[in-house]
Design a protein around this ligand. Structure first.
Ligand code: SD4
Length: 342
């Protein structure tokens, strides 16, 4: 991945050379170079981001809005019953209920979110309606479902036979705490039966041809979580954040650690201070590791970021975190993100 040289206006430029900020110190003023050279572009978490990006790309290549692109993009895994971590077919909570978390944010700073939403496949579209049709940002549980019904969404059973089977297997040895999972092969036994991972949220960020950014994030959350547990994915600033002046960020992995560090907001603010997308993601990961080194050894958290110039980057605690990139030259790029334990 190639980054353009960042432009700092160090304090030296203001006639205070002795105060010039070193790289990564975080006090340099960053002036983003507003160019559309890398637009449009869309990036999304995990390998399944390729299919989601393809749907987003259809919107972007026609000059459509980043907001429409991210919604259309993440609807793809939401509608895929074979994907056990997003939308229909998502693993249920420990009580057997599939509850979805999602949020969306546009270039004007508008945002909408749903948490613990049952029976509606496209949680992301409900989140968008919350953003556009209510004075609120977030609706949860029954209230979110009631709103979705009023908006004409279809009520469906989201628990597929396959996910029910995995849940019943889990029940046999059920530990009543959310399973914490990582990609590292050394921890393979901690994977779910069938060798599937118990998390894999889709977070997507897009920069459209007009240079505007939007993002979306949607998940069924941590498999077999406590009923009522809400992760980072529907929380603006944690699972997703977009600032059209700077860039956007999204996260995947153990949501509790992302919430504790307001991860996606942190990544965007670090980019504002001059960090490249990958450097910003790395520093957000390091905050988690520094605060809870023992916990961090056993969990996965990954951040993905896109800046206003269309530069992207990612960083995770554990190796194995991938993301998909789609732009004019390459529609199906999968990048293996760097990680701390790599
Ligand atoms: C959560 N962050 O509910 C989500 C799960 C996830 O990759 O991202 N999995 O905590």
């Amino acid at each position: 991945m190639k980054y353009n040289r960042r432009k700092f206006i160090g304090l030296s430029a203001l006639g205070l050379p002795f105060l010039a900020a070193p790289k990564n110190f975080g006090h340099a003023l960053y002036q983003p170079e507003i160019t559309k050279e890398n637009a449009p572009i869309v990036i999304a978490t995990w390998d399944f981001g390729v299919a989601a990006n393809a749907a987003a790309w259809k919107v972007l290549k026609e000059g459509g809005l980043a907001l429409d692109a991210v919604e259309q993009g993440v609807r793809v895994p939401e509608a895929d019953p074979t994907n056990p971590t997003v939308g229909i077919g998502g693993y249920p909570d420990r009580d057997g209920k599939v509850t979805l978390d999602a949020c969306i944010m546009d270039h004007l700073g508008n945002c909408g979110s749903v948490a613990g939403l049952e029976h509606v496949v496209h949680a992301i579209s409900v989140a968008r309606k919350v953003m556009e049709k209510t004075p609120h940002v977030m609706l949860v549980g029954d209230g979110a479902l009631q709103f979705a019904m009023e908006e004409g969404f279809k009520k469906e059973n989201l628990l597929t036979a396959e996910s029910e089977k995995e849940w019943k297997k889990w029940l046999k040895t059920a530990q009543y705490k959310p399973i914490i999972n990582i990609e590292n092969k050394a921890f393979a036994p901690k994977r779910l039966p069938g060798n599937k991972f118990n998390h894999d949220t889709i977070g997507m960020l897009a920069l459209d041809a007009n240079g505007n950014l939007s993002g979306a994030c949607t998940t069924s959350g941590m498999a077999f979580k406590m009923h009522g547990r809400v992760g980072d994915s529907p929380i603006i600033g944690a699972g997703l954040y977009v600032d059209n002046e700077i860039g956007g960020a999204t996260s995947t992995g153990v949501g509790e650690e992302v919430i504790r560090n307001v991860g996606s907001f942190l990544v965007v603010e670090l980019m504002r201070q001059g960090y490249s997308p990958e450097e910003a993601c790395k520093e957000a990961v390091m905050r988690i590791i520094r605060k809870k080194p023992e916990t961090a050894k056993e969990i996965q958290v990954g951040f993905l970021a896109l800046n206003k110039k269309g530069q992207y980057g990612a960083y995770a605690i554990q190796k194995g975190f991938s993301f998909a990139v789609c732009h004019t030259e390459n529609q199906k790029l999968v990048v293996k993100g760097n990680s701390y334990y790599g």
